[in-house]
Design a protein around this ligand. Structure first.
Ligand code: SF4
Length: 521
């Protein structure tokens, strides 16, 4: 996951922080910079992250973090939700940099993984030890110690390691091999542009990027399936790259076409419109609409645009060739044998060209499925673009952002219960200056780190309880002293129970064979 404590660290170029707040009002997403996000809505507009509200209706029995808007955004979560609904295979994976003790921010992601596992997913939790070494400069001894601690908490919270998989980046040979392979599809300029790398950036940063790309695609090796990566929004640049690389690794691509030539996406819509208008009732596929006719129709019917004139020109060049809708499978990186196998496997009428095959009796979905199947059978990966869900960063208990370098700002899963109690009692609140004012005006739960503790953690799945705290606060019925005491008690109880479960998990962890005292130096 994302270290949502957001500690600032020097960037690889030794320069200044290019993180979230370089320009006022600007959002930047920097996986190794500051991870404060001022305005979540901007992430939708500027980066194309979709609001989770738009997809929550498709999720069977959504998790409370989804219901409460803690998970606020996603990329392409629909295929995962659909697989869940239909009892089809899907996966979830996230990674943790073992830079310190696991804390309540990491718990969010642990819980997301565990929930996806309980929904029937194939779930992976990984220790990003190579990244911690490369990007944070941690020694291998420190890494081993923290890695163990993260895994104990993951297990204590309910991850089932028999059903899922836990691994470290450094010892997973398959991930390393895949990382190397993915490295053949990305170049230095591209990484430079995405991550602000420059000539001074250490090579190991790039290695940790391709390793993360491999982590993200690893659940699909041998068996492509919808996969969700739960992370903080600072990891979105990684997601965009992973989605691109998944496509670049494909042997085949599927598009729709109307004639032997290629169309751009916006041209295709126009050609489709012309075809529909002209083929009229004879939509049995045998209409005789010629390219040139469609060009004339478009030139007259549609409002002016560049795409339109491109389409007209393309169609004119097609002359007398009849338009016939078809699904086209393009050979992107296929071996000759794979392409031949594909052509062979296409049912019904087909036409084979150099570099693509047109299928007249397959719909798009069937063609995609077939292409993926043939690809995997012939040595390709057939990756689906991985999906992601994004959670909000927790506010620090002392206000501002939660930072692992400021112990009072967060609660570590290893804090003594009394210490956790005291930290909650010392937290800033959204309360008014006096009890009297609070009774009169109500508190501000939306600006209160203590309310966040209830919503993100302490109320667990009990929505009524979370709503009650909110209501009582906002109406002035609840005063901060008592509210904090209640939260502090719940926190202490949570920590106590969690730590007991961590102890119980030791044996389980030892049996997993994750190497936790390596001899790396
Ligand atoms: Fe926060 Fe509770 Fe005070 Fe409301 S009453 S502002 S939720 S501490």
């Amino acid at each position: 996951m994302t270290d949502d404590t957001g500690d600032d660290r020097p960037l690889p170029d030794g320069g200044t922080d290019v993180g979230a707040d370089t320009d006022a009002g600007d959002v930047a997403l920097d996986p190794w910079g500051s991870s404060a996000v001022d305005d979540y809505r901007k992430l939708f507009e500027e980066f194309g992250i979709e609001s989770f509200d738009d997809v929550i209706g498709e999720v069977p029995a959504p998790h409370y973090l989804m219901r409460r808007g803690v998970i606020f955004g996603h990329r392409d979560y629909r295929p995962v939700a659909e697989a869940m609904r239909n009892d089809e295979p899907f996966a979830a994976l996230s990674g943790f940099m073992p830079t310190g003790d696991p804390h309540i921010g990491h718990k969010l992601v642990f819980d997301e993984l565990i929930w996806h596992q309980q929904q029937g997913g194939d779930v992976y939790g990984l220790i990003a030890d190579l990244e911690a070494h490369a990007a944070r400069g941690l020694s291998w001894d420190e890494i081993d110690e923290h890695a163990e601690s993260y895994l104990l908490s993951l297990l204590a919270l309910g991850f089932d390691p028999e059903d899922g998989e836990i691994y470290r980046q450094s010892t997973n040979r398959e991930v390393q091999d895949l990382a190397f392979e993915l490295g053949t599809k990305a170049n230095f300029s591209e990484l430079g542009a995405i991550y602000d790398f420059d000539g001074e950036t250490e090579v190991s940063y790039m290695q940790s990027v391709v390793t993360q790309m491999a982590d993200i695609l690893y659940p699909q090796v041998g068996d492509p399936k919808p996969t969700v990566i739960p992370v903080g929004p600072d990891q979105d640049p990684h997601m965009r790259l992973a989605r691109d690389l998944a496509g670049r690794m494909r042997y085949f691509g599927v598009t729709e076409a109307y004639a032997s030539f290629e169309l751009e996406n916006d041209e295709r819509e126009l050609v489709a419109r012309a075809y529909e208008a002209l083929s009229g009732d004879e939509s049995d596929g045998d209409s005789d609409v010629r390219c040139a006719e469609a060009a004339d129709w478009l030139a007259e019917e549609s409002p002016d645009s560049t795409a339109l004139w491109d389409a007209v020109e393309t169609l004119r060049a097609g002359g007398k060739e009849p338009l016939r809708p078809r699904v086209r499978v393009l050979d992107r990186n296929a071996t000759e044998a794979a392409f031949e196998a594909l052509v062979e496997a296409v049912d019904g009428e087909k036409r084979v060209y150099d570099g693509h095959v047109d299928c007249f009796e397959l719909d798009r979905e069937a063609a995609e499925e077939l292409a993926r199947e043939i690809e995997v059978e012939n040595g390709g990966y057939g990756f689906l673009p991985p999906s992601s869900v994004y959670h909000r960063f927790m506010t620090g208990l002392t206000g501002g952002k939660m930072s692992s370098s400021v112990p009072a700002s967060h609660i570590s899963l290893l804090d003594d219960p009394e210490e956790g109690y005291d930290k909650v009692m010392a937290a800033t609140t959204g309360g008014r200056e006096t009890a009297e004012k609070q009774r009169e005006l109500g508190g501000k739960p939306d600006d209160c780190p203590v309310y966040e503790l209830y919503a993100y953690l302490l109320a667990e799945a009990d929505d009524d309880f979370a709503a009650e705290v909110y209501e009582e606060c906002a109406t002035g019925e609840r005063l901060c002293g008592g509210c904090k005491e209640q939260a502090a008690e719940l926190m202490a109880a949570f920590l106590e129970e969690h730590q007991e479960k961590r102890e119980e998990a030791r044996e389980l962890l030892a049996d997993l064979g994750v190497d936790l005292d390596g001899d790396r130096r």
